[in-house]
Design a protein around this ligand. Structure first.
Ligand SMILES: NC(=O)c1ccc[n+]([C@@H]2O[C@H](COP(=O)([O-])OP(=O)(O)OC[C@H]3O[C@@H](n4cnc5c(N)ncnc54)[C@H](O)[C@@H]3O)[C@@H](O)[C@H]2O)c1
Length: 297
């Protein structure tokens, strides 16, 4: 980004991630050669799904991009589609009919069954409206559950009924550590992510047993995206998590690399897991960096 004025400097420094070396390019290994995938949730170049789409394409996959019709108008998905030679098929992830069209058309345009799916969808109206957890509006809460958790169930149910996913196919949904431990600023999304992880386990059993399709969630570090930055106090928390994690926060690019491994044949026996991709954050009680900031010798 060109820093032509103070606003641009502020924006570029906001999205600058201390642990992402812009010169580091993971080598492409053709891990997804011949595979067909559906990638949800690429809103703009900061979206985790955007990076996953780029990496999946680099690794030899054919992909379909999808997002809610309203996000299509706001986002820059066409730029990504051109870059990754992808078809765009809009679908509201809460709508069974639109999901049925998504899975049916995706098979048509890519010429066969799907090998991998990325669920990268999250939205809480309570967070957007800055409503505290205790005062949660229940209509907004239900909306958040439908969009961010039940949408995974709906996608899997539609895909299974259509028999749209190949044997040993892989579905990955993105989640956050607030599903296990309390982060007050994450409000209703904490409960919603717990439900998302549970759906991955429960559906993972049935889909694994019947069709050998595996389903996992990846619990990602705080990441500077549109959804992430909508959370009050996110910037301070981002710095805190970075100071706790021995490897620092995992970037969106690193998350994309990890998702690629989970879509690949190298992880065929991994299913029904919640996998932390967080630079060691979830296993660290306190770091020397945070202790010294607190003035502890
Ligand atoms: N950013 C973080 O700090 C962070 C950390 C851990 C996990 N995650 C998770 O990663 C996922 C992706 O979020 P992101 O940070 O890349 O932000 P993002 O805002 O770029 O992506 C969220 C996407 O959800 C889509 N979406 C919302 N409602 C939808 C609907 N009804 N149908 C279809 N799509 C819909 C949005 O259009 C958007 O593209 C989310 O599940 C989020 O909770 C994010």
């Amino acid at each position: 980004m060109k820093e032509c004025c103070i606003t641009c400097i502020k924006i570029s420094s906001y999205f600058w991630q201390p642990n992402y070396d812009p010169n580091f390019i993971a080598m492409a290994y053709n891990l997804l050669k011949g595979k067909r995938g559906i990638i949800t949730g690429a809103l703009d170049e900061h979206s985790i799904a955007w990076k996953v789409a780029e990496k999946a394409f680099e690794e030899g996959a054919s992909i379909v991009l999808t997002n809610a019709p309203i996000a299509m108008r706001m986002g820059q998905i066409k730029i990504l589609a051109e870059k990754t030679k992808a078809e765009i098929i809009p679908a509201d992830a809460t709508n069974i009919e639109e999901l049925t069209t998504l899975f049916t058309k995706s098979q048509e345009v890519m010429g066969g069954k799907i090998d991998f799916v990325l669920h990268s969808i999250g939205m809480s109206v309570n967070i957007r409206k800055n409503i505290s957890y205790e005062d949660s509006n229940y209509d907004y809460f239900l909306k958040g559950i439908d969009v961010s958790a039940l949408s995974l169930h709906k996608m899997l149910s539609v895909a299974k009924k259509l028999d749209a996913i190949n044997e040993w196919g892989s579905v990955v949904a993105l989640t956050y550590a607030a599903a296990q431990r309390t982060y007050p600023f994450y409000t209703d999304m904490a409960d919603i992510k717990a439900m998302l992880e549970s759906i991955a386990r429960s559906f993972g059993y049935h889909y694994g047993l019947d069709k050998k399709v595996r389903i996992n969630t990846v619990s990602q570090s705080p990441t500077k995206t549109t959804a992430g930055s909508g959370i009050k106090g996110f910037g301070d928390f981002y710095d805190f998590a970075n100071a706790i994690s021995p490897l620092g926060n995992a970037s969106a690019e690193a998350c994309a690399d990890y998702c690629v491994t989970l879509f690949s044949d190298l992880t065929r026996m991994v299913t029904m897991q919640n996998l932390f991709h967080d630079g060691g954050y979830s296993s660290t009680g306190i770091s020397t960096e945070v202790m010294s900031k607190l003035g502890v010798e």
